[in-house]
Every structure is written in C-alpha cells, then in structure tokens.
Design a protein around this ligand. Structure first.
Ligand SMILES: [Fe+2]
Ligand SMILES: [Fe+2]
Length: 286
C-alpha cells in the first residue's frame, strides 16, 4: 500500500486525500471477454489507446523518477504531501496498466516491442539528461495527459461510454487521477527550476515524440487486425482526431504563455461528476 503523508509545521500528518490527491487502488480483472476493438468498435482507436497503455508503465516510472530527483528540496508541507500522493497514484497506474497490457499481450497484441522501446528511452533520459530537463519532460507529459483527461471527463464523456465496461473504468479512473495531480510536477518545477524557456522547448519535443510514436505504434499494432480497408473505421478515427485537435488546441497552446498554471483550466466540476460516477466503490489507500 502506498502511503501519502507529510508533516505540517504543527506536526499533523497530511495525507493525499487532504491535499486533493487521494491514492486509490483499482485492481480489475482483464478477461478475454473484452472485445478486440474495445473502443467504439474501432480498430485504429483501440490500437492507439492500447499502444498508449503499453507506454504508460515505463512513462509513469520516469515521471516518478524525475520528481524524486527534487523531492528532498521540497519544504512546503502541502507540496510534499502532493508529491508523495502523485508518486502513489502513478505507481498504481503503472501496476494497473501492466495488468491490462499483460492481458492484451496474451491475446496477441504485440505490446512487448513498445514496452522495450519505452524502457530504452527511459534509460537514455536518465543517462543523458539533467534532472531539470527530466522534470521538464514530466511536466510536459503531464500537460498532455491532463488535456486528454479533460477531453474524456469534461469535453466528451460520451466517448468513455463507448468503451467496453472494464476499459471505461480504468480510463475514467486514470483520467480522474491525472486531473487531480495535474499541477503537482508543474509546481515542483516552478518552485525548484523555474526556467520557462526550457519547459517550452521540452514541450515541443515531447509533443512531437508522443504523437508520432503513438501513431506509428498504433499503425504497427493494426498489422493483424484485418481492418486496413475498413473505410468507416478510418473516417471515424479521423473525426475523433479532428475533434481532439479542435477542442484541445487552445488549452494546449496556453502552456506556452508566460504565466501559465494547469489549474487555469478549472475542470473541477467535471472532476467531481466523474468521481461520483466512476469511483463510488473504490478504496482510498492514502
Ligand atoms: Fe498516470
Ligand atoms: Fe500523471
């Protein structure tokens, strides 16, 4: 069990739930009953998010690693508690997506190559990038995951309902927690690095790598789908992508503003709705 506690000046313990970042367990069963094309019955969109899921355990391990590089310097008790809870949430995401990925692999999804590449990329970052650059990469990655979460929880919750039920639940849970902790790595960076130019440059790099890699991986995963000439599928995938670009474009660009902070995009009402809808029965471990 992950604990997310920190001491205030008065000695009281702050838990993740006290600072808006409760750590929850999911632990679902991922059975063969999940349809192959579990998102909108669309092969490409299912492969895109399966590929994304394959990158998550390593990606989130790197997020945790980069924040830990600064953890000892954080004095603010609230931010200390948020960082511990951020680590707890991301560790649970890694574990849950590992379980999902193993299940998809046992059904023939070739996720192993994606996982191996993600491991190599992590090693390269740790070997060649400064702690500041690694943290900037995490802040950029967290902006992208926060935007995607906002897309599913706030702008288009109907898409979650177009997923197979266990998939709907894991992505909703993950999107909720990405929203809850969307400012944590940012605040650590802001207080302990602060270089906005480095952050903007890193954002451009991460955006290019994230979308080109995920698209290439989705296309590679399509190999055995037998869906290459399903034109309806491609039309729907293009429509979905256009909607994402149209609805998230401005929020994405806000990141490059001088005084940007993640909670300037206040989606707390949608977050509250999603918690009530999806997490009534989940256990909070810290
Ligand atoms: Fe996560
Ligand atoms: Fe995250």
């Amino acid at each position: 069990m992950t604990t997310a506690t920190a001491q205030t000046a008065s000695g009281a313990q702050l838990k993740g739930a006290d600072v808006g970042v409760p750590v929850r367990k999911m632990q679902q069963e991922y059975s063969d009953a999940i349809p192959d094309f579990w998102f909108q019955d669309n092969a490409f969109l299912s492969m895109f998010f399966a590929g994304f899921s394959a990158n998550l355990p390593e990606g989130e391990a790197q997020f945790i690693h980069s924040v830990r590089l600064f953890q000892d310097r954080i004095r603010d008790p609230v931010l200390r508690a948020q960082v511990k809870a951020f680590i707890g949430q991301e560790a649970h995401h890694s574990r849950e997506h590992n379980a999902l990925n193993e299940s998809l692999k046992s059904r023939g999804y070739r996720l192993d190559r994606i996982e191996a590449l993600a491991r190599k990329l992590n090693q390269l970052m740790r070997d060649y990038q400064s702690p500041e650059k690694q943290l900037a990469g995490t802040v950029a990655g967290e902006h992208i995951t926060a935007l995607m979460s906002d897309f599913f929880l706030n702008k288009h919750p109907e898409y979650l309902r177009q997923m197979a039920p266990v998939m709907e639940k894991i992505w909703a849970w993950h999107a909720i927690e990405e929203t809850e902790h969307k400012a944590v790595a940012f605040d650590v960076y802001d207080q302990h690095v602060g270089d906005r130019n480095l952050l903007r440059r890193t954002m451009i790099e991460i955006t290019i790598v994230f979308f080109s890699l995920n698209t290439a991986q989705a296309i590679a995963l399509m190999h055995k789908s037998g869906q290459w000439t399903n034109w309806r599928m491609w039309r729907e995938a293009v429509r979905f992508t256009r909607k994402m670009v149209r609805d998230l474009g401005r929020d994405y660009l806000d990141f490059y503003k001088k005084d940007y902070h993640p909670w300037q995009h206040d989606n707390s009402a949608a977050l509250e709705w999603a918690r009530r809808t999806y997490l009534e029965d989940s256990r909070t471990s810290a």
